[in-house]
Structure formats: C-alpha cells, structure tokens
Design a protein around this ligand. Structure first.
Ligand SMILES: NC(=O)c1ccc[n+]([C@@H]2O[C@H](COP(=O)([O-])OP(=O)(O)OC[C@H]3O[C@@H](n4cnc5c(N)ncnc54)[C@H](O)[C@@H]3O)[C@@H](O)[C@H]2O)c1
Ligand SMILES: O=C(O)[C@H](O)[C@@H](O)[C@H](O)[C@H](O)COP(=O)(O)O
Length: 293
C-alpha cells in the first residue's frame, strides 16, 4: 500500500523502514532534516498529500498534544472524503474521540493507534492497538499485520478505544517499572553486595518476574553497574496521569499506578516543601531535630 507518514523521529523513521521492508510505498515528511534511501521524503505535509493516490492513508507520528493537534488540523483541511488518517502517537483518547467525530463530518476515517514496543518494536515488529471505523478497518488491517509482531495487533472497537487501551497499558508500565525499581533500591540498601546485572539475568531465567522490562534492566546495569552516570529524575508524558484521572472518574482503585505517578513527580524535586512542613511540625511538637540549610 501507499502510506504517508508525518513525523520521522525515533518512532516514525523506524516505522517507515519497517513498512518499506514489507513492500509498502512510504512517503514521509518531517520538520527536521531527515534523509533515507529506503523511502521517499518530501518537504511538507502538503507534498505528502499531493504525492499519494486517493483514497489516501496517512499516519501521524509526532509528539502528542499541540503538535499532533496541529498536524491533524492541517490534514483535516487538506484531505478528501474516503481518505484515512491514523494517529499512532500517545494522544489522549478523549481528543481522539473528538477528532474522529470531526473527521467524520468530511467522511474521512480516523483511527487512533496505541503503538507499543519502543523504537525497536517500530523497526522490527510493534504491538499496535487500533480504534476507529469498523467498516474501514479491513482496508488498513494489512498495514498493522505487517508492522506488528505475530499476534501483535488488535482492532479494539470505536474511535478512542485504541488510545484508551494504550493509556492503560502505560499505566501498567509505570507500576511495573516502579516495582522493579523499588526491589533494586532495597537491594542497594541491603548488607549484601549484589551484582545487579547478574541479578536481573538470573531473574530473566525461569523466574516469575522474567520480562522484557527485566531484560532492559539487565541491559541498563550491564552498561552502568550502579547507574552512577544518570540521576533518578523520572519524566512522564501524560499517560500515567490520564490513567489515574480515568481511574478516579470510574471509581476504580489503582493505588500502585497512582503512587508510581507520584514517585515520578517527587523525582523532579531535589527538596520538598511537604518534607519541610513535616520536619517543622515534628520540631514544634517534639523538639525533634531539623536539618538546617
Ligand atoms: N519513543 C517511544 O518509545 C514511543 C513509543 C510509542 C509511541 N510513541 C509516541 O509516538 C509519537 C512520536 O514519538 P517519537 O519518540 O518518535 O518522538 P520524536 O520526538 O523522536 O519524533 C517526533 C518527530 O516529529 C517531528 N515533527 C514535529 N512537528 C512536526 C510537524 N509539524 N510535521 C512533521 N514532523 C514534525 C519532529 O521533528 C520529530 O522528528 C509520540 O506521540 C510518542 O508519544 C513513542
Ligand atoms: O509502550 C511503549 O512503547 C512506551 O510506553 C512508549 O509509548 C513510550 O516510551 C512512553 O510514551 C513513555 O511514557 P512516559 O513518558 O509517560 O514514561
């Protein structure tokens, strides 16, 4: 198939290579300076639209939020009835529901695709969860069959359901990573001198917690035995927050994911005002020592 790809960054570029390997004709664009011998790159989104035959299939793989909104708004202006748009980024599912309704006014089919597996997945076989128009799904299913690992794609239902599922996936990701991190933190404070690469390696062989995340843990400790080269600052791009907002709306108890999100926020601060308040109160009622600046 012919596929337009807007955004050729860490994910989009690898998806383009993966699709090209599977015989698809990719026409991509990026605001940055990107080159490739494997697929066609044109200067602008307008060029992508003009180069593709109709009905077009265009995949947006740009940062979620304002950039995605701008790209989708331009696609809405430039595309025609029958065209298909896929947002493969980590967009908020509520925006995807609204976007699908808007695109439907022009009879453009909108699909929200949760894409997992990182850059390696994008290049060699991703996990994709796709929501959108049920009638148009068979037209684009071959794309997902080709770029995903075996059994690694799912049509999830109406618009929004793909990004909703990816949101929950990422909430789980937060909790699993936090649990792994806490285990290693206790080991680090223990009286024993473990080799963490070897710990992760043995846990990857037959243990209950063997997993891709544990393999990545092994890789990370192999590169830097005590992670001395990095600081424990944990950024987040929204999915964990939306998972917790959704859990609260639905009155679903999600304490592990909630606390892992809080730990990310806590990691952004060197000192905390809440810590100062507790220290001051202990000092007030019990004369307990405080650490002065
Ligand atoms: N990195 C991952 O592991 C991963 C995995 C799954 C999903 N995602 C999601 O995929 C999307 C892309 O992530 P990424 O890691 O490739 O980000 P990235 O920053 O590496 O790439 C984004 C690309 O979009 C380009 N871009 C920005 N504005 C543009 C515009 N108006 N027109 C064309 N190109 C534009 C940038 O120049 C950049 O090359 C995000 O929504 C992200 O949340 C990322
Ligand atoms: O499934 C995946 O491939 C990852 O989850 C991927 O989507 C990305 O690495 C996250 O966007 C990171 O999310 P945070 O920035 O919120 O940790």
């Amino acid at each position: 198939m012919e596929i337009g790809l807007i955004g050729l960054g860490k994910m989009g570029y690898n998806l383009a290579l993966n699709l090209s390997d599977h015989g698809h004709t990719v026409v991509g664009t990026d605001v940055g300076d990107v080159t490739s011998d494997a697929f066609t790159i044109v200067p602008t989104l307008e060029d992508v639209v003009n180069k593709l035959s109709t009905p077009r299939v265009i995949w947006a793989m740009v940062p979620a939020g304002d950039v995605t909104e701008e790209v989708l708004a331009e696609l809405y202006e430039r595309l025609e009835p029958g065209d298909i748009v896929i947002d493969g980024g980590n967009s908020n599912y509520k925006l995807s529901v609204a976007r699908a309704e808007q695109f439907a006014e022009k009879d453009i089919k909108f699909f929200d695709c949760g894409t997992s597996g990182g850059t390696d997945g994008a290049r060699n076989g991703a996990c994709t969860m796709v929501g959108g128009d049920a009638d148009a799904w068979p037209t684009i299913e071959p794309i997902f069959k080709d770029l995903s690992v075996e059994n690694g794609y799912l049509y999830t239902g109406p618009a929004g359901s793909g990004h909703f599922l990816k949101m929950i996936h990422n909430g789980i990701e937060y909790g699993m990573m936090q649990a792994i991190a806490e285990g290693f933190d206790i080991l680090e404070k223990s009286p024993f001198d473990y080799d963490y690469e070897q710990v992760a390696r043995v846990w990857n062989h037959g243990s209950v917690v063997r997993s891709w995340l544990m393999e990545l843990t092994e890789n990370a400790f192999k590169k830097d035995a005590k992670l001395d080269e990095i600081r424990g600052v944990m950024h987040s791009s929204g999915e964990g927050k939306w998972t917790i907002e959704t859990a609260l709306d639905l009155q679903a108890a999600a304490p592990v994911i909630a606390l892992s999100l809080m730990m990310r926020y806590r990691s952004l601060e060197d000192d905390t005002f809440s810590g100062k308040v507790v220290a001051a109160l202990r000092n007030e009622f019990g004369g307990h020592a405080v650490v002065k600046k």
